[in-house]
Design a protein around this ligand. Structure first.
Ligand code: SF4
Ligand code: FES
Length: 316
């Protein structure tokens, strides 16, 4: 067995396998010291290194070479060295830099949360709430794109895309026939399908689940409901294409949409096929496992009272 490396993040130490990134070491520790990640996705090979939200400060390089790293580093792309010391939320420099990254991400992102289906489960919304500035200093026109139709199941809103590449990795790694990608360079980059082909592949719907913002949303759920008014329920079925483990999003008796189950970092636990996602919207299609666990900080958990501390009401 290989020797483990010791890393200390915000004063909390852990031992991790050599080759582990700082971000994954932080996830092993858990809690507030885990840097946010808008483009890294543990289930997608090669992801990360695009958005810079996961910046941290390496205040001690390693036991052998204790010099600090001269600049902040992307924790999803930097591997742990033995004896490394890292600062995330304890470093004002990191918090200031993250604020700058959020400002950059929002330069072209429209503030259309009130009409966006992703509102409530949008990572950029959470990120700007926690790390953003109150106002933008940007005075120029935002980048806008012509609408592109990529089929009857997935809605692409290029204006909202933050170019994290996750959907491209999904298409590359999960489907056998990728027809979309990032075309153009610099601020002309956009997610597009050449010849506007529909994405009709058994696993193409997963691009919806991995998209951190509202750039790729489920057309079959479009404008049906705000996500926080729906009730997420875990369910499964015997599926010959995927694991068949999903979350059903109910409004009353109706299943409004089906998604993969997500973990505490908003990543899908296992990818699901399009049959489960789009064609099985009746309760009778599923075996119900029970209410889905939703993270407390998510707005979707607003109507779920598990473990809620009831405030003491002063009746005087
Ligand atoms: S469409 Fe979504 S998943 Fe794809 S690159 Fe843009 S933000 Fe990322
Ligand atoms: S999560 Fe590390 S650069 Fe995007």
């Amino acid at each position: 067995m290989s020797e483990k490396f010791k890393i200390t993040i915000d004063g909390v130490s852990a031992e991790v396998e050599p080759g582990t990134t700082i971000l994954n070491a932080a996830r092993q520790i858990g809690g507030d010291l885990v840097p946010p990640a808008m483009c890294y996705y543990s289930k997608l090979e090669g992801s990360g290194g695009k958005c810079r939200t996961c910046l941290v400060k390496v205040s001690k390089g390693s036991e052998k070479d204790p010099r600090p790293m001269p600049k902040l580093v992307a924790s999803c792309r930097t591997t742990v060295m033995d004896g490394m010391e890292v600062q995330n939320i304890t470093s004002p420099e990191v918090l200031e830099a993250r604020k700058g990254v959020v400002e950059f991400l929002l330069i072209n992102h429209p503030l259309d949360c009130p009409v966006c289906d992703q509102a409530g489960e949008c990572k950029l919304q959470d990120l700007s709430y926690e790390h953003g500035a109150e106002a933008t200093r940007y005075e120029f026109n935002r980048r806008t794109f012509e609408r592109i139709d990529i089929g009857d199941k997935i809605q692409l809103h290029m204006n909202r895309c933050i170019l994290c590449y996750r959907c491209v990795y999904v298409a590359n790694q999960l489907t056998d026939n990728r027809v979309h990608g990032i075309v153009g360079r610099g601020d002309m980059s956009e997610i597009s399908t050449y010849v506007e082909k529909a994405i009709d592949n058994d696993f193409s719907g997963n691009v919806i689940d991995v998209c951190p913002v509202g750039a790729l949303t489920d057309k079959t759920f479009r404008f049906k409901n705000r996500v926080w008014f729906t009730r997420p329920v875990s369910a499964h079925r015997d599926c010959d294409k995927c694991c068949g483990k999903v979350t059903l999003w109910y409004k009353g008796e109706d299943v409004l949409r089906v998604t993969a189950r997500k973990d505490e970092y908003g990543e899908v636990e296992e990818f699901i096929c399009n049959t489960c996602r789009y064609d099985k919207k009746k309760t009778s299609d599923w075996v119900i496992d029970g209410p889905a666990q939703i993270q407390r900080q998510s707005v979707i958990s607003a109507n779920h009272y598990d473990g809620k501390v009831v405030p003491v009401i002063d009746k005087r």
